[in-house]
Ligand binder design. Structure first.
Ligand code: UD1
Ligand code: UDP
Length: 373
């Protein structure tokens, strides 16, 4: 029996945890690996909620979150803290996912120790270094030296090859978010109480079309967020709709949204939902309105029209397939596009088609097989 490979998986935020728990479940069940987990805890409550649902207990928790943390302080703390863990663990692989500060710092710490890096969700590119910011540059940094690039789609793989990344290191695995969505759907089917916490809100808004909403992009802070909030205020003045908006814990988001939207009859401003409840929101939503990355992948898989409040996206697959539409952050445009989907059945039907540009739900197994080499 060969010695199991020691794999150190590093993550810090809610979306990384959601997209890595299926990989961690697969690694844990596979004799080829000794799986170790380190969280930077760049997020706290929003990370812990995923750890709990997915049954994960990290071996290391750096507990780095500080209120309203700056990018440079977080980067410095993550680089130092993650490097120290790598010195102790001496892994054969470091696995990171996506494009957050933890991902960039974790990958660099591994590179400084000449440990091979596996980048999950590699090759996403918007082509604009300030949108999304700082994520576009974070993932380009990791892409410039990772040993294994697990691209979710052929478009992402092509982007890497066009940057002269060695094609032998680029593999199309699908996006592990689809694995996560399948897992949570099965869990909730077996234990419906896991997602029953929205019952009161569902009863309050019975008979209305639900607009599910999220917003948190750093490049939208200030003017963009205010425009989004004023658009939602106007949209919610219609009697036939209701907005359910789990508000991200970033204070830059909460201050604007609370100020503009608290107390409105047709808006439920609620705390971030755990993953089973967010899956429930996706299920009951007529439309999703978001600037999130992950929601742009989940909504198409479920056939939910998703209006993306960004000027550009690194996930063009949903837009190309017609389930997603870029609406930017101009209030009038957002109001008009939501109105069109509510009032024009043909426009709605054209977008409401389930398809799977982001994978078949088996990305995690492919990633394990690539790590095993
Ligand atoms: C981070 C990522 C972003 C990702 C997003 C997912 C960076 C630079 N940004 O953005 O790429 O899309 O997570 O949600 O890596 N906070 C809490 N509790 C939490 C989480 C956050 O209170 O559980 C508050 C804290 O005040 C924290 C602030 O939110 O300082 C910002 O958190 P941070 O991780 O720096 O940035 P996000 O905007 O969440
Ligand atoms: N999500 C969640 N609860 C919420 C909002 C989002 O579980 O209240 C999930 C969502 O299903 C998706 C991920 O969080 O998988 C997206 O995270 P976020 O929007 O914070 O980050 P991004 O994807 O933009 O990096």
């Amino acid at each position: 029996m060969p010695v199991p490979k020691r794999v150190l998986t590093v993550f810090g935020t809610r979306p990384e945890a959601i997209k890595l728990f299926p990989v961690l479940h697969a690694l844990e069940q596979d004799d080829r690996f000794d799986s170790r987990v380190c969280v930077s805890a760049q997020h706290r409550a929003m990370l812990d909620s995923v750890l709990e649902i997915a049954g994960l207990s990290p071996h290391y928790d750096l507990d780095l979150m500080k209120p309203n943390q700056s990018l440079d302080a977080l980067t410095a703390a993550a680089l130092t803290g993650l490097g120290a863990v790598m010195d102790e663990e001496k892994p054969d692989w470091v696995v990171v996912q996506g494009d957050t500060t933890t991902v960039m710092a974790g990958a660099i710490a591994a590179y400084y120790r000449q440990i091979p890096v596996c980048h999950v969700e590699a090759g996403l590119r918007s082509g604009d270094i300030y949108r999304p910011w700082p994520e576009e540059v974070n993932r380009k940094i990791v892409g410039s030296f990772a040993t294994l690039h697990c691209a979710p789609t052929e478009t992402a793989a092509k982007a890497l090859r066009s940057e002269n990344v060695d094609p032998k290191t680029v593999h199309v695995t699908g996006n592990t978010v689809i694995d996560a969505l399948h897992w949570v759907t099965k869990e909730v089917a077996a234990k419906p109480e896991l997602a029953s916490g929205l019952a009161d809100i569902e009863a309050r808004f019975a008979g209305k079309h639900i607009v599910g909403m999220t917003s948190h992009r750093r490049e939208n802070f200030g003017e963009g967020m205010e425009a989004i909030a004023s658009a939602v205020r106007e949209i919610a003045s219609r009697e036939d709709i209701a907005v359910i908006f789990p508000v991200h814990l970033n204070p830059n988001v909460r201050s604007v949204m609370n100020e503009a939207l608290a107390g409105l009859d047709n808006v439920a401003l609620i705390e971030p939902l755990d993953y089973p409840h967010f899956a429930r929101l996706l299920d009951i939503a007529h439309i999703m309105l978001t600037d999130s990355g992950g929601v742009q992948e989940e909504a198409p898989a479920l056939g939910k029209p998703v209006l993306v409040m960004r000027e550009t996206t690194e996930r063009p697959e949903g837009v190309e397939a017609g389930t997603a539409k870029l609406v930017g952050t101009d209030a009038d445009t957002i109001i008009a596009e939501v109105g069109k989907l509510l009032d024009d059945t043909d426009a709605y039907e054209a977008m409401a088609r389930a398809h799977n540009p982001f994978g078949d739900g088996h990305a995690s197994q492919r990633i394990c097989d690539l790590l095993a080499g």
